[in-house]
Write a protein that binds this ligand. Structure first.
Ligand SMILES: CC(C)(COP(=O)(O)OP(=O)(O)OC[C@H]1O[C@@H](n2cnc3c(N)ncnc32)[C@H](O)[C@@H]1OP(=O)(O)O)[C@@H](O)C(=O)NCCC(=O)NCCS
Length: 159
């Protein structure tokens, strides 16, 4: 498996991949502001944001979208992480997170923030396994009974 940074020519493949996993997000990515195309183009066009893509024999099996320096305060934000349903449980999310962490450390970033939601216990467990800690829970933030959970991993020197 290879992990690389996406560029504008990957737009179609990322879109196809996001549509594949769209229904697993709450709310679905397609129902959020800008929809799937808006989400991808704002990232691929930005200077501070990008996607890491995991590929096996040229086929996308995982992707991670991130903002390198959100709000200019040296903290990164992961805006999207998913692995193809056929390739889960093979450490692909862990490897994407490891590549991201190394890149951000090299850039002097001190932490990575990410949000998930309370009805997604698999993601909750995964972030804990990858070294993230829950810093805040926003009660009923996504819907009645669906909280937003904010995680953070410190990656600065000495962490
Ligand atoms: C969550 C998701 C990205 C995990 O990808 P993955 O490649 O299967 O994860 P990995 O194999 O790298 O697992 C890393 C660690 O997390 C754990 N983990 C991953 N998915 C898990 C799950 N559903 N339940 C419990 N633990 C899980 C693994 O056991 C592993 O820990 P361990 O080796 O110490 O036991 C994938 O299931 C997915 O795309 N889900 C749908 C989209 C989603 O929910 N994204 C996150 C939204 S914020």
């Amino acid at each position: 498996m290879e992990i690389r940074e996406a560029d504008a020519s990957d737009f179609g493949e990322i879109r196809r991949f996001m549509e594949l996993v769209d229904h697993e997000f709450f709310p679905p990515l397609s129902a959020r502001s800008g929809g799937i195309p808006g989400r991808i183009s704002s990232c691929l066009a930005g200077t501070d944001s990008n996607y890491l893509i995991a590929e096996i024999n040229g086929t996308m099996v995982g992707a991670l979208g991130y903002l390198e320096n959100r709000n200019g305060i040296g903290e990164a934000y992961t805006s999207f992480l998913a692995v193809s349903p056929n390739h889960r449980g093979q450490d692909i999310a862990r490897k994407l997170d490891a590549v991201l962490t190394q890149k951000l450390q090299d850039a002097g970033i001190s932490s990575i923030n990410v949000t998930t939601w309370s009805t997604n216990p698999g993601a909750y467990e995964m972030y804990r396994k990858l070294g993230y800690s829950c810093t805040q829970t926003l009660k009923d933030h996504r819907d009645v009974g669906v909280d937003t959970i904010i995680f953070q991993k410190n990656i600065g020197p000495g962490d």
